[in-house]
Ligand binder design. Structure first.
Ligand code: GLY
Ligand code: MN
Ligand code: MN
Length: 465
């Protein structure tokens, strides 16, 4: 539902100033629904099929549903690979690709999507299903059949011992759930009946790693939106937060901006670590109350139609970095600049890490926190993670780990984390700083997709004033 700013203001008057977003610094960013086209997914299926032998069959299973407690599930998230290949967000779905064609109901087809059957009684509870007609119409798959037919169609193909079979992962690693159990047991039985004939569970993974690594322009629209929403959330917190806010209040404001802007969910648990929690890399508890003098590491990413952003900002909760916090911050920022500078076509995936680590070591040595710029063990004490990962449908996305190529998006996220250890001068205690941006590799050099989130000391302090 669209709500105008005027209506928001009326609501604010009715509910009081704390209730709704009228007091937010920025007007909501709103997006129309802009899902990937069925042609995109079709082109991805064709790209995968082109790597298979003509008589091969490849199977892709939906992600399992997961129980949170008793009869309540976690919010469903489709397997990124199946989402990429079909656009379907339905559990219980299986895609079969057969580039040389297989005959179903007297018709030769190269792809089959097995979908849960329409079921009015279940749909009243759980929402509409595609069903076969709508799956063909909206997803553009050549043939959709009800998943109840899986056992009659797939096992006979798999039992042909000389037909190459391709899976994304070893079959015994595929997780089951209620929707997929019959299809998985039929598959398992047929694979065993092959008598151990070879099943390839690495080619599809390698192919999808390569394809998913380089984003098409259509994908970049969605990823950029996820990033813009996330940058807006950072700006909102910077302009509102004060000492005394609990970490979860910061989290609430961030995720309010996410959802208000059409993000379906955070792409990962939001990390809001203040004070001593700023030095815990993946702190997700978010229960502490901030105090004057804290830095707060805020590592967040909105997911938009499957694509996740990943942006970290570190802010002084009272609006001004102390000189010591600032000294650490400037080193991390300089390291990040070096990492971004190294995010170039032809460089290896690890080049940004090497560049950033060198700057961090030099800076830490200058402050006397490590022995020298060559002190690798010392560096690891304060910087214990990698600098980059691929970004896309998964926050830690797939890729080749080889040379950087145009269209690839990686994060560059150096950090320094100083715990309250006795052998360290207390002036540095509980200063954790991470700065993370999302970088597109282009032939014209690195493009910072997340530049809308203030990054320098001056920009952050100005917005927090
Ligand atoms: N948000 C997790 C990471 O930065 O890799
Ligand atoms: Mn992150
Ligand atoms: Mn990251």
């Amino acid at each position: 539902m669209r709500r105008s700013l005027a209506a928001t203001l009326v609501l604010a008057v009715l509910l009081g100033p704390a209730a709704v977003g009228a007091q937010l610094a920025e007007a909501p960013v709103r997006y129309e629904d802009d899902f990937l086209s069925s042609e995109f997914h079709q082109s991805r299926r064709e790209a995968v099929a082109s790597t298979l032998p003509p008589d091969g069959v490849a199977l892709f299973f939906a992600a399992p549903t997961r129980t949170r407690s008793n009869d309540v599930d976690y919010q469903y998230r489709q397997s990124s690979d199946l989402l990429y290949l079909t656009g379907s967000e339905e559990p219980g779905t299986v895609l079969l690709l057969a580039p040389g064609g297989v005959v179903v109901d007297g018709r030769r087809v190269t792809e089959i999507l097995f979908v849960p059957p329409r079921d009015p009684a279940s749909e009243v509870w759980d929402g509409r299903r595609y069903g076969t007609e709508r799956a063909m119409e909206q997803l553009g798959v050549q043939l959709a059949v009800e998943s109840t037919r899986f056992a009659g169609i797939v096992p006979p193909l798999l039992r042909e011992a000389d037909r190459p079979v391709f899976l994304l992962q070893p079959f015994d690693a595929v997780e089951s759930d209620g929707h997929l159990a019959p299809q998985l047991s039929a598959t398992g039985g047929a694979l065993r009946a092959r008598g151990g004939a070879d099943v390839d569970s690495s080619l599809l993974r390698r192919t999808l790693n390569r394809l998913r690594m380089e984003k098409t322009p259509e994908e970049m629209v969605l990823l950029q939106r996820a990033i813009d929403i996330t940058a807006e959330a950072h700006r909102e917190v910077m302009s509102q937060v004060e000492p005394g806010w609990a970490e979860y209040e910061i989290e609430a404001l961030l995720e309010y901006v996410f959802k208000r802007s059409g993000s379906e969910a955070p792409g990962f648990q939001s990390i809001v670590g203040s004070g001593e929690n700023s030095v815990i890399l993946h702190y997700e508890t978010n229960r502490r109350t901030t105090r004057p003098g804290d830095v707060v590491v805020i590592d967040i990413g909105a997911e938009y139609h499957g694509y996740s952003a990943d942006i970290t900002r570190t802010i002084p909760v009272n609006g001004t970095f102390s000189p010591d916090q600032r000294a650490i911050y400037e080193i991390v920022l300089e390291a990040q600049r070096a990492g971004i500078e190294a995010t170039r076509v032809g460089n290896m995936f690890y080049a940004p890490h090497q560049a950033a680590a060198q700057v961090l070591a030099t800076g830490l040595a200058r402050l006397g926190l490590i022995r020298s710029a060559n002190d690798q063990a010392g560096l690891r004490r304060f910087f214990m993670h990698g600098t980059s990962h691929y970004l896309g449908l998964d926050v830690h996305d797939v890729g080749t780990n080889g040379q950087l190529t145009p269209g690839t998006v990686i994060t560059v996220e150096p950090g320094i984390y100083i715990a309250a250890d006795e052998d360290i001068d207390p002036r540095w205690w509980n200063i954790g700083v991470r700065i993370e941006d999302d970088i597109l590799v282009t032939n014209a050099g690195p493009q910072v997709l997340s530049a809308r989130a203030p990054r320098t000391v001056a920009e952050i302090e100005a917005l927090m004033r």
